[in-house]
Design a protein around this ligand. Structure first.
Ligand SMILES: NC(=O)C1=CN([C@@H]2O[C@H](COP(=O)(O)OP(=O)(O)OC[C@H]3O[C@@H](n4cnc5c(N)ncnc54)[C@H](O)[C@@H]3O)[C@@H](O)[C@H]2O)C=CC1
Ligand SMILES: O=C(CO)COP(=O)(O)O
Length: 339
């Protein structure tokens, strides 16, 4: 049984994760960006903006005050959208002890620096050895209903992985361990880009075969990046890789997939995020992965296509034609480290 756990972020995943953690902790304190959301959680035990039907356990409370949330915490869960992660870590400086175990649930790659999310946290708060990442096919809408899922918690230290495994695990939420934090985090970020491509193709009326091709070649693209950053390509076959890719590319809960569909019908990224109040991480990852692939000299045709559609105004038909014009060479897979 853990003592107090601090959860930084009260979006869909922060809310569902607090529910999981509450089963193992004395109490869980959630930091909410909005004071109104914090107040409503404390009064009604429900998040008024996300997963509104989900009743939070009695030992979950919320606050807009970082100091209050972190007071007496024995570990911290970071689950804010990637674009706010660095800024929030800056605000947490001085409140987070050097040895406080941290697990990062945010999925992304930082534009400009090309740092993975756990690296951003360690860059600001120090002591990378105490930072883990958790990822998998984990749509919050299903987790909070107790539907069966699984995730992998990755970090160098077996002891730290075992701590967070214990903190999250339940019969319905199976938590595995890995030491390949880079592989897990690359998979987590780049599968969102592939899901946007799948959404666009579904929106255009393309078939199931097309989506399967996108997922498969998307996974090959992800594996090239995993290898290039020093990760293990076998991670791509696991929960953070294939597991999350399939869930995100096919689920009606996925914001990346449904954004892709909406985009193909003319909705902009800004309008989609405004309408739903949720983040489309793949749109940001399309920028940072595109930059990273160029820096590493890696072929990333799907990322290039999504990037040029979102940021260069390339027509959908033209982007599809560029993909179809590629030479279908030998099917390298998994250990595909070609330059
Ligand atoms: N929703 C899900 O099922 C899952 C989400 N994730 C990841 O978790 C991370 C967080 O996503 P969600 O919980 O889904 O968020 P969300 O998309 O449900 O909500 C966005 C949240 O950002 C907050 N926000 C707005 N401005 C902010 C600011 N300036 N600073 C901090 N927070 C601000 C909003 O209040 C809102 O709660 C993302 O990286 C996502 O990829 C990972 C696995 C599952
Ligand atoms: O990462 C997720 C599920 O594991 C959530 O995906 P979306 O952000 O596309 O909803």
């Amino acid at each position: 049984m853990a003592g107090r756990i601090a959860v930084i972020g009260s979006g869909s995943w922060g809310t569902a994760a607090a529910g999981l953690l509450a089963a193992h902790a004395d109490d869980v304190r959630v930091w909410a960006h909005s004071p109104k959301v914090a107040e409503a959680i404390n009064r009604t035990h429900r998040n008024p903006r996300h997963l509104t039907d989900f009743e939070l356990p009695a030992n979950v409370s919320a606050s807009h005050d970082f100091a209050q949330v972190l007071d007496g915490a024995e570990s911290m869960v970071m689950v804010v959208p990637s674009s706010f992660l660095r800024g929030i870590c800056e605000e947490l400086k001085g409140l987070v002890p050097e040895d406080l175990p941290i697990v990062v649930l945010t999925k992304g790659i930082e534009p400009g620096t090309h740092l993975l999310m756990a690296d951003v946290v360690a860059d600001v708060l120090g002591n990378p050895a105490r930072v883990a990442a958790l990822s998998g096919p984990n749509h919050a809408e299903e987790i909070c209903q107790g539907l069966i899922s699984a995730a992998v918690v990755a970090c160098q230290s077996e002891e730290l992985a075992a701590y967070f495994q214990e903190a999250f695990v339940s019969q319905e939420f199976r938590v595995y361990r890995s030491q390949d934090i880079k592989g897990v985090e690359v998979c987590a970020a780049v599968k969102n880009v592939v899901a946007i491509a799948c959404g666009i193709c579904a929106g255009l009326g393309l078939g199931d075969n097309t989506l399967a091709v996108l997922m498969t070649r998307g996974l090959a693209e992800i594996s090239r990046i995993v290898c290039a950053v020093g990760g293990d390509p076998m991670t791509c076959m696991g929960l953070a890789g294939m597991g999350d890719l399939v869930a995100t590319c096919t689920s009606r809960h996925s914001r990346n997939r449904t954004f892709g569909e909406a985009f193909s019908h003319g909705e902009s990224l800004e309008d989609y995020e405004e309408r739903t109040g949720m983040v489309v991480e793949g749109a940001r990852a399309a920028q940072s992965t595109w930059e990273l692939a160029r820096e590493l000299g890696i072929e990333a045709p799907l990322t290039n296509a999504v990037h040029s559609i979102l940021y260069d105004g390339t027509e959908l038909g033209e982007a599809a034609q560029l993909l179809l014009d590629r030479d279908p060479h030998v099917e390298f897979y998994g250990l595909d480290t070609r330059e």
